[in-house]
Ligand binder design. Structure first.
Ligand SMILES: Nc1ncnc2c1ncn2[C@@H]1O[C@H](COP(=O)(O)OS(=O)(=O)O)[C@@H](OP(=O)(O)O)[C@H]1O
Length: 404
């Protein structure tokens, strides 16, 4: 949930300032290690983990759009707090000036040689700049979603920020668009990337390439080379178990509630025909998804199907237990029914479709803090972690005044 249109109004109005820094690679982690030393003594090991398995704390999470990435962010925020890690955050807003390509100068408090452990906010990926900020052995992770579902979600969430959609008539705008995309789509149109190959664009690639352009394959290969783990929304729990394995984490670290979920009535059903059209329209993302779908299942295979099933059952049991402990009514509710403003998620323009949670009253002391963190939406959590989101807040206030 972002404020991308402001990028142009506020930031692009002034020429973009790109500082140049002396090259100073970050050779090793700067983590505070007490809790890790503790776990390496074997007292905090998950069953099935090697005794010398020390949690990895240097992590780059490429936060793609509409891919359950806010749920993963919440997991990373809690992990970072638990181990007192240093986040490379943006300043003044919740993304690294998306959709401009990432540059190290966008990192809050950045200076040459500075060491950060976790980078996880929305950005347009730019490998050379990202690797300049993080330790050399950082683990790179990301998540993809079926491009038809992603397109549907993005059309709902960002459609109004893409001016060429304004001329689409009727109630079923997405269907209308997919029936003849070329009639409406303008590759140079403002915010057009939200509606074509958004994943490929997020990875810093050109989302308008024809399929036979060699840069499509090259782009996919570059992502495969850089990322250690590519998760899939459709197999979210399997993805988390693979994450636990890749990072030597505990099951405790994976507990989550689904965040940024839309109410069912605002999800447009994709008929098989419409789904085929959405995949054809987002053909690069479909190729990307298929590639990493294959590597994903090879990883599951290597992990062991039975072991995976056992771990998923355990994760589900633990999550259900947490829902009973933390959530009033045990599930997400519409924005209008959320009592605390600090639990209100950011909404798309002109909508109140994103659901949120109410904390249970009288949660036992041992769980109070964890429950609140698990249910706190991204913007509020970022503020709690010390990011001053003045641009985001200003935009929120403008919207309130205009009743958007
Ligand atoms: N755990 C889990 N499993 C499966 N799906 C999940 C999960 N958590 C969130 N979601 C769905 O992800 C969509 C929100 O994605 P993001 O948080 O990445 O959105 S954003 O780009 O940060 O705005 C949003 O999809 P839509 O509801 O289709 O819009 C969420 O419902």
């Amino acid at each position: 949930e972002q404020i991308h249109h402001l990028r142009y109004d506020v930031w692009e109005a002034a020429p973009e300032v790109q500082f140049s820094f002396p090259e100073m690679p970050v050779p090793y982690s700067c983590a505070h290690q007490p809790s890790l030393v503790h776990s390496s003594s074997g007292t905090n090991q998950s069953p099935g983990q090697k005794p010398d398995c020390i949690p990895k704390v240097d992590i780059m999470f490429m936060k793609t759009h509409k891919t359950a990435s806010s749920t993963i962010l919440n997991i990373l925020f809690r992990f970072g707090e638990k181990h007192r890690l240093k986040f490379a955050f943006p300043s003044s807003r919740n993304d690294f000036f998306y959709p401009s390509l990432f540059h190290r100068s966008q990192v809050k408090d950045y200076g040459p040689g500075m060491c950060f452990n976790i980078m996880c906010n929305h950005m347009r990926f730019n490998e050379a700049e990202v690797t300049a900020v993080l330790p050399a052995d950082t683990t790179y992770i990301t998540i993809l979603r079926d491009p038809a579902e992603l397109f549907e979600s993005s059309f709902h969430y960002f459609g109004r920020l893409v001016p060429f959609t304004w001329k689409i008539s009727g109630d079923e705008k997405m269907k209308e668009f997919l029936n003849d995309p070329e009639l409406y789509y303008d590759p140079n149109g403002f915010n057009s990337f939200y509606l074509k190959n958004l994943l490929f664009f997020d990875f810093g690639q050109d989302n308008n390439l024809p399929m036979d352009d060699p840069r499509v394959e090259e782009g996919i290969r570059a992502i495969a080379r850089r990322f250690d783990l590519v998760m899939l929304v459709e197999h979210f729990e399997e993805s988390l178990i693979l994450l636990k394995d890749a990072l030597c984490w505990d099951m405790d670290d994976l507990l989550f509630f689904k965040l940024n979920v839309r109410k069912g009535s605002t999800v447009s059903k994709l008929s098989p025909e419409l789904r085929a059209k959405a995949l054809q329209w987002n053909a690069i993302d479909w190729k990307l998804y298929q590639h990493f779908n294959a590597t994903f299942w090879r990883k599951v295979e290597a992990y062991g199907r039975e072991r995976m099933a056992k771990d998923i059952a355990e994760l589900r049991r633990r999550n259900a237990e947490m829902a009973t402990i933390c959530i009033e009514g045990g599930q997400a509710v519409d924005a209008g029914s959320i009592h605390e403003t600090s639990m209100q998620p950011w909404q798309p323009i002109g909508e109140k479709s994103i659901m949120g949670y109410n904390l249970k009253a009288n949660i036992n002391k041992a769980h109070q803090k964890l429950c609140r963190k698990m249910l706190t939406p991204e913007l509020q959590y970022l503020t709690d972690l010390g990011v001053n989101l003045w641009i985001t807040k200003l935009w929120g206030q403008v919207r309130e005044i205009l009743d958007w």
